[in-house]
Design a protein around this ligand. Structure first.
Ligand SMILES: Cc1cc2nc3c(=O)[nH]c(=O)nc-3n(C[C@H](O)[C@H](O)[C@H](O)COP(=O)(O)OP(=O)(O)OC[C@H]3O[C@@H](n4cnc5c(N)ncnc54)[C@H](O)[C@@H]3O)c2cc1C
Length: 410
């Protein structure tokens, strides 16, 4: 067992930790930065795993957060295949799976999410996959190279993006989901239906209102069966049943948690000097006036930066409007600011029929969220309206008029 001291310990090798390391150095931190991640790779971008990387358009090097020499140049030590197994906030000591003990001045917890595993009959069969890591993406690509028919479970981003990518690669994809309509949980029925139509128009079969019962096969999965008796023959399966934040380490360390690790507007946890960012951070949003925990790349990226600033004592409240994007191959691109947990109405600027529109989710006369497909410029104004809590109750017709300049209202 070795003992050592560092100024900054970044726990978790994802986007939030990677970007925190970068900004610590850019902002002039001189001390040692140690980033500890349990995956085989240093930080990389996950969004391409279901999109460009799955399609073979982006390489492993292109998805890396930074090239290998960056770490040495920036004096950021990145330990891979190593877990932080315990954290003592009072003593400021962490233990690693290598048995080493690290003393630190400031720490960032950015342990991200784990996929939600479905435990149904036949779940042990070969050929059943989840997608979170580069290794998972490689395994799915290998399967796809041999396969014709893919069964996907879930109504969210993973199932829809993968169905689009794998269909583009010439596979026959079928989605099974509990929900009636894809993506409805985030965007509601009307907009969810639009994206579901995009999928079905390109040949994806979508089965809503179906609960998975079992997988069948001898060694490998051959069939997926739902409770209502729908049977889907397949060569492999991908399950996209959501994720859960990895907060066990924080809980064992006695930090305050709810659905995630609770942080204030400076992203500091209940233990002074220990910050949290990304998928696990349940933060006090100055914009929304409530706590939020968001599982999106842009939030992890920005929170990594704000955490760095605040680890350096700058007291910068995190006040970025959460932004998210998703691509269904090159069929449709989604960009979204929000998030809206509820809304009274959806105002459409543009045309769903033409597939070029921005949907404004309005609640109590205020913009709670906006989603655009092909009208990215609208999103800047929508984000400003959201941030400034602009009263839009009297201007529906102007917002819906594509000839009107949204800049006037934001
Ligand atoms: C296939 C896919 C596509 C996506 N597409 C989009 C998209 O289009 N747009 C978008 O906005 N978002 C997208 N996301 C979500 C986005 O990638 C995540 O929100 C983001 O990666 C979160 O970053 P993070 O740093 O919080 O956590 P993570 O990226 O999950 O990284 C956390 C890391 O910490 C490690 N770790 C956990 N516990 C420990 C421990 N005790 N010790 C050491 N290491 C530990 C984990 O193994 C992991 O490597 C996508 C995600 C996936 C999987």
């Amino acid at each position: 067992m070795a003992e050592r001291s560092v100024e900054f310990l970044l726990i978790g090798g994802g986007m939030a930790a990677g970007n925190c390391a970068r900004h610590l150095r850019e902002q002039g931190a001189e001390g040692e930065i140690l980033l500890v991640g349990r995956e085989p790779d240093p930080p990389y971008n996950r969004p391409p795993l279901s999109k460009g990387y799955m399609l073979g358009k982006e390489s492993r090097d292109e998805v890396a957060f930074r090239p290998p020499d960056w770490y040495e140049e920036q004096r950021v030590e990145a330990l891979t295949r190593t877990s932080v197994t315990s954290l003592d906030p009072a003593a400021r000591v962490a233990k690693l799976s290598s048995k080493d003990e690290i003393r630190f001045d400031k720490a960032l917890l950015a342990t991200g999410s784990n996929v939600r595993i479905l435990r149904v009959e036949g779940a042990h069969l070969d050929g059943i996959h989840y997608l979170r890591t580069l290794g998972n993406a490689d395994a799915i690509r290998e399967e796809a190279a041999q396969a014709e028919r893919v069964a996907l479970v879930g109504a969210g981003y993973i199932a829809t993006e993968l169905a689009a990518s794998l269909t583009t690669l010439g596979k026959q994809c079928e989605i099974v989901m509990l929900e009636d309509v894809t993506l409805e949980r985030f965007y509601g029925q009307q907009i969810g239906r639009f994206f579901q139509d995009v999928l079905t128009t390109h040949g994806v079969k979508v089965h809503g209102g179906q609960e998975l019962e079992r997988f069948e096969g001898t060694d490998r999965v051959q069939k997926m069966v739902t409770k209502s008796g729908l049977e889907i023959e397949c060569d492999f399966v991908v399950i996209g049943a959501g994720v859960t934040p990895e907060i066990g380490l924080a809980e064992r360390a006695g930090l305050e948690t709810a659905t995630g690790v609770l942080v204030d507007r400076y992203l500091e946890t209940s233990a002074p000097g220990i910050f949290a960012a990304g998928d696990i951070a349940e933060y006090d949003s100055v914009i929304h006036g409530r706590t939020l925990r968001i599982e999106h790349w842009d939030v992890a990226f920005n929170q990594g930066r704000y955490a760095a600033l605040n680890m350096l004592g700058r007291r910068e409240p995190y006040d970025v409007v959460p932004y998210f994007w998703s691509d269904l191959a090159d069929w449709a691109s989604i960009e979204y600011v929000g998030p809206a947990s509820e809304w009274d109405d959806v105002w459409i600027r543009g045309s769903l029929e033409d597939g070029v529109f921005t949907a404004f989710y309005v609640h109590g006369g205020r913009v709670a969220a906006a989603l655009t497909c092909g009208r990215s410029d609208d999103l800047t104004a929508a984000a400003r309206m959201l941030k400034e809590n602009t009263d839009v109750s009297g201007i529906r017709s102007r917002i819906e008029d594509t000839g009107a300049d949204l800049g006037e209202f934001a």
